[in-house]
Ligand binder design. Structure first.
Ligand code: 5GP
Ligand code: ZN
Length: 112
């Protein structure tokens, strides 16, 4: 499958990885929108949040364990934002589910 995040997960495309285990990998976003901007993905391909189901959802809760761990390790004591873009209107550009973990500035709500 021609998926850049599958290729990052299996090492075919380089990325600056900040965390990796059997099922999850986290790496720096190529175009950071905050001083810290990490993408956390499952190694197994799930296209989007609309494709999470009973069979594959365990890795999604594990992703949130990894996010909590990274937030402590990277000293995000002032807070952070987790974003998942889903589908065209959601602004998803890479069709492999990913969670943006951003910190180091104050975020506005709604939007950026
Ligand atoms: P989306 O818009 O789908 O929510 O987010 C995709 C994110 O992937 C963007 O923030 C974009 O900068 C990042 N991205 C796209 N291609 C690459 C790549 O090859 N390497 C890395 N590290 N990030 C990428
Ligand atoms: Zn993929």
């Amino acid at each position: 499958m021609d998926c850049i995040f599958c290729k990052i997960a299996n090492g075919e495309i380089p990325a600056t990885k900040v965390y990796e285990d059997d099922t999850v990998v986290a790496f720096n976003d190529l175009e950071p929108q905050a001083p810290t901007h990490i993408l956390v993905i499952p190694k197994a391909h799930i296209s989007s949040a609309a494709d999470v189901n009973e069979e594959n959802s365990a890795v999604i809760s594990h992703i949130f364990e990894v996010i909590a761990k990274l937030s402590k390790e990277l000293d995000m004591t002032n807070g952070f934002r987790v974003v998942n873009n889903c589908g065209e209107d959601g602004g998803q550009t890479v069709k492999h589910i990913h969670f943006h973990l951003m910190s180091g500035r104050k975020f506005t709500w709604p939007a950026g």
